[in-house]
Design a protein around this ligand. Sequence first.
Ligand code: MG
Length: 382
Amino acid sequence: MTSIALIVAAGRGLRAGGDVPKQYRDISGGPMLHRTVSAILSDARFAKALVVIGAEDHDLYHEAINGLDQARLLAPVRGGETRALSVKNGLDALTEHAPKHVFIQDAARPFITAALLDPIFDALTHSDGAFPALPVIDALWKTESGRAMTPQSRTELVRAQTPQAFDFVKIHAAFASADLAAHDDVAIARAAGMSVAVTPGQEENFKVTTPEDFAKAESQLSVPDIRTGNGYDVHRFCDGDAVILCGVDIPHNRALSGHSDADVGMHAITDAIFGALAKGDIGQWFPPSDMKWKGAASDIFLRKAVEVAKEDGFVITHVDCTLICELPKIGPHAEAMRLRLSELMGLEVARISVKATTSERLGFTGREEGIAAQATATLVRA
Ligand code: MG
């Protein structure tokens, strides 16, 4: 029960613009045809694939299939004047391979998945052919000279996609005696009396046709740029009567010593953001050797990190800060800290977490020599 894919790539693809036929244009760094053939060959149910190409596209074709499993690619066949003639040439060439089923696929549909193919393979056990399709959602109207005339029922209509799969012997015979001006392969199959099942299509399996479609294809393939950065900071206690943590003054029997206001929480968050951006750390942006930062409120540092993230095209989606100390108690102030950070960062409170832990009286924080903070920031490229 072999299946072979017949990929039709002989069109000129003029609507897409560009100086090569659209199936050879790049999507995310590789020709579209490469992606389409690769998607077919990645499914082991296809024994082979055959591509029908334009008369002048020999070099473009060989460039496009570079790196693919050559053993499963049959020698390309030259297309005809129309799509139907191209399919006919492909079917003729497959005769010697005598597949049970042929899957006729548009070169401009690079997004097939196993979930799309499974129901087609299933349907072929009881039908002469099958193809995926989507329902029509928009209202349909007959128009005349730009005016609405009569509404059309959409309930029985579907939008056909490919691959369109058929019993090879039957579709080959249908093409041999068909009116090749027919709409598509299904129309030729139906005209020959073949039974053709409709299986669920997928919106992602769209046909890349216009320049807008290329942009959509690029975004469908692009990997989201989500970054996680971490920050860690420590400041030691000194004499004083308050500490500043995450922008909030908290009365205490000590203060924190540092070049700036020693807001250890805000420093950790700032470093987490710079870390996500892979842009160094707070010390590189605000050198302690520079006297102008002496005693500075740490908002300046955090605001700068937020600004750099924005300039680099990132949205900060979340920060989480843990303050590590025995005293002062953080819990009663955590809400105020979240609000202050929210104000400074222009980030909703629900995306800001401030929490605390002691270190069970162990280590420097346990001996109350200082406070440590660690933070995580999540950034997404917008
Ligand atoms: Mg610091």
